[in-house]
Design a protein around this ligand. Structure first.
Ligand SMILES: Cc1cc2nc3c(=O)[nH]c(=O)nc-3n(C[C@H](O)[C@H](O)[C@H](O)COP(=O)(O)O)c2cc1C
Length: 140
């Protein structure tokens, strides 16, 4: 059975490009090998990630991510069984929510991931993906 989980978390160390690259490199390799797809949005001190895959695998991955010391206040904002993947093209796409990126700031001026619903988040992530805000090449 396939599920999709979306969580939000707070970074505890600066979200440098070196750190982001390290997380994405690890995530893309492991996710590809384990048939996980999704999107990692990152910036403004938060992470917002959608994970899709087999229920047991997503559960184990989420537990590992939850325990990761590089972020805290990890909260699930959405979880559902799915018939079809939404992010099937990406082992882990990357969307920047940097507050120094005026484009993103204009597109999502009052971004508060702790107070939005999963459906709002998914709609916004889709817009960001469509508008080409993905800065890590999709793994297709
Ligand atoms: C915000 C964030 C997102 C992450 N996303 C993934 C992911 O999608 N897939 C993955 O394998 N690891 C991901 N990681 C890394 C895991 O938390 C963990 O560090 C990695 O899987 C190595 O685990 P291990 O040291 O227990 O082997 C993420 C880490 C962070 C901080």
């Amino acid at each position: 059975m396939l599920i999709r989980v979306i969580y939000v978390s707070t970074a505890v160390v600066p979200q440098t490009s070196t750190l982001t690259d390290a997380i994405l490199r690890k995530a893309q390799a492991w996710n590809k090998a384990n048939d996980i797809t999704g999107v990692l949005c990152q910036g403004q001190g938060v992470y917002l990630q959608a994970l899709e895959g087999e229920r047991g695998i997503v559960t184990k991955l989420y537990a590992r991510i939850y325990a990761d010391q590089r972020h805290t206040n990890v909260e699930i904002i959405h979880c559902e069984s799915i018939a079809k993947r939404r992010y099937e093209k990406w082992s882990m796409a990357h969307v920047s929510l940097s507050d120094v990126d005026p484009k993103t700031k204009i597109e999502w001026p009052e971004f508060d991931p702790y107070s939005v619903t999963g459906l709002q988040v998914m709609a916004r992530i889709d817009e960001l993906l469509e508008s080409g805000t993905v800065i890590q090449n999709p793994d297709s």
